[in-house]
Ligand binder design. Structure first.
Ligand SMILES: Nc1ncnc2c1ncn2[C@@H]1O[C@H](COP(=O)(O)OP(=O)(O)O)[C@@H](O)[C@H]1O
Ligand SMILES: O=P(O)(O)O[C@H]1O[C@H](CO)[C@@H](O[C@H]2O[C@H](CO)[C@@H](O)[C@H](O)[C@H]2O)[C@H](O)[C@H]1O
Length: 422
């Protein structure tokens, strides 16, 4: 039975603003339906316009609400198709409006992973198991996660889960043809530990003087460097001339301006220090640029017994426009991202233990040294002045991220900035 577009949109408009992945937090935007792409019986992908964002909402009609009901349409349940094995796999197969590169082994059941995600990921209990990441905010053009993970998979780099398949849709909105990536399916890394938990717990134990395991963070440094080498080999690296270097540095200045405007006063006491920092950017130079991770932090890293550390989620920073996230960047940005994450682990551990973050200084220094030693064993870690500028850049971004998402954590990046800018 064809779905009634008006009824589908009405149900989605009620439900979507309450989802973690919903990008606009005001809640009073008018949603419009750009397309409803059928992908089988009673299943469709709704392409929804919400403010400046385009959202993907896969839906199915069922007799029962299941564990992810959206609303009632024509007396039946409209459900979130990412939670439904049959419907999810229908959208991972080619259809009239959806092209799929690769093929996904059949899974009798799927399980959506819980947590604070920008997208929705479901594990398919197939042989071998896979994880499908369904992008929620979609945009025209290549999806960075698909481009980068695809290149690393083709290069047989085992520091990322292999890309199994990727889907993209084409539709027409207001007479204009649009085409965007919808989902990426990757090898599921079983029995893996999340590196944020490992490293943060290690910081807590260090602050409490408790016995600790060796986390072998030199292997994490090697993993990041191996990914950088593989990306340069597959997608290319190029030198920058003065003009390109200046243009990059200008983006750091713009980001500082953006962060000040978006930080709801959280950076007001650092006004003079940020001004002084912005002036020092004149001396910063960028050498090589290439595709990088772009939002590297410990939450994007898994450790699998016997395999070591692996990197996930090459989408770049979710608060940045997609076009910017596709640009080549200095690898120093990823090195700085990981160092910021160690500092976050220290800040979060200090909050838990109830001590000043200064007490974690030795832990931080040893953690940074292990990571950088591993990185350096594969390739040079880069330009120190650029890394410092990118540490500040990331901490400024993090203040905005925390103001919007986790106000209790604003003090973590803000106290880092106070130290970095002192
Ligand atoms: N290939 C994988 N194998 C095992 N777990 C994974 C895999 N990919 C993602 N995960 C888990 O899913 C979480 C979210 O994945 P991620 O790609 O970071 O999504 P998002 O962009 O929505 O944050 C990760 O932190 C990790 O715990
Ligand atoms: O994982 P995402 O791509 O959605 O990244 C966003 O959320 C991250 C938090 O989940 C945020 O990372 C910040 O918090 C981490 C601890 O939770 C910390 O390890 C990172 O260093 C810190 O930047 C990331 O900035 C944001 O883009």
């Amino acid at each position: 039975m064809p779905l009634d577009p008006d009824a589908v949109l009405a149900a989605i408009a009620e439900w979507a603003p309450g989802r973690r992945w919903y990008p606009l937090k005001g809640g009073d935007e008018t949603l419009t339906l750009e397309a409803l792409l059928p992908v089988g019986d009673d299943t469709a992908v709704a392409i929804v316009r919400a403010g400046a964002a385009t959202l993907q909402v896969p839906v199915a009609v069922r007799d029962e609400p299941g564990d992810a009901p959206i609303g009632v349409v024509d007396g039946r349940w409209l459900v979130d198709a990412t939670h439904d094995a049959e419907a999810l796999q229908a959208m991972l197969r080619p259809s009239a409006s959806i092209a799929v590169d690769g093929s996904v082994p059949h899974a009798p059941t799927v399980r959506v992973i819980a947590g604070e995600q920008s997208n929705t990921s479901a594990i398919g209990a197939a042989e071998p198991a896979w994880i499908a990441k369904v992008f929620r905010v979609i945009d025209d053009g290549e999806h960075p996660d698909v481009v980068v993970t695809g290149a690393l998979t083709r290069a047989r780099c085992d520091r990322v889960p292999a890309l199994v398949a990727a889907s993209r849709a084409t539709w027409t909105a207001d007479g204009v043809e649009r085409s965007a990536g919808l989902a990426a399916v990757s090898e599921f890394v079983a029995d893996a530990d999340d590196a944020w938990t490992l490293v943060r717990d290690d910081a807590v134990r260090a602050l409490r003087g408790q016995p600790r395991d060796d986390l072998a963070l030199d292997d994490l440094g090697r993993a990041v460097a191996q990914v950088h080498v593989a990306l340069a080999e597959t997608l290319g690296a190029r030198g920058t001339d003065q003009q390109a270097s200046d243009a990059f540095v200008a983006t750091l200045r713009d980001r500082a301006t953006w962060a000040r405007a978006q930080s709801r006063g959280a950076l007001a006491h650092l006004d003079a220090a940020i001004d002084a920092h912005v002036r020092t950017l004149d001396a910063v130079r960028v050498g090589l640029v290439q595709r990088i991770h772009g939002d590297l932090h410990l939450g994007q890293v898994l450790r699998q017994p016997g395999r070591g550390y692996l990197l996930l989620d090459f989408e770049g920073e979710p608060l940045r426009p997609l076009a910017e996230r596709l640009l080549p960047e200095p690898t120093e940005r990823d090195v700085a991202g990981m160092l910021r994450s160690f500092d976050y682990a220290a800040g979060s551990a200090a909050l838990e233990v109830g001590v000043d973050v200064a007490e974690a200084a030795d832990w931080y220094a040893a953690t940074e040294a292990a990571f950088l030693a591993g990185y350096r064993s594969v390739r040079g870690e880069g330009d120190a002045a650029l890394i410092r500028a990118l540490l500040v850049d990331k901490a400024l971004y993090e203040v905005v991220y925390e103001v919007r998402s986790r106000p209790d954590w604003v003090p973590i990046p803000r106290s880092s900035l106070e130290r970095l800018l002192a």
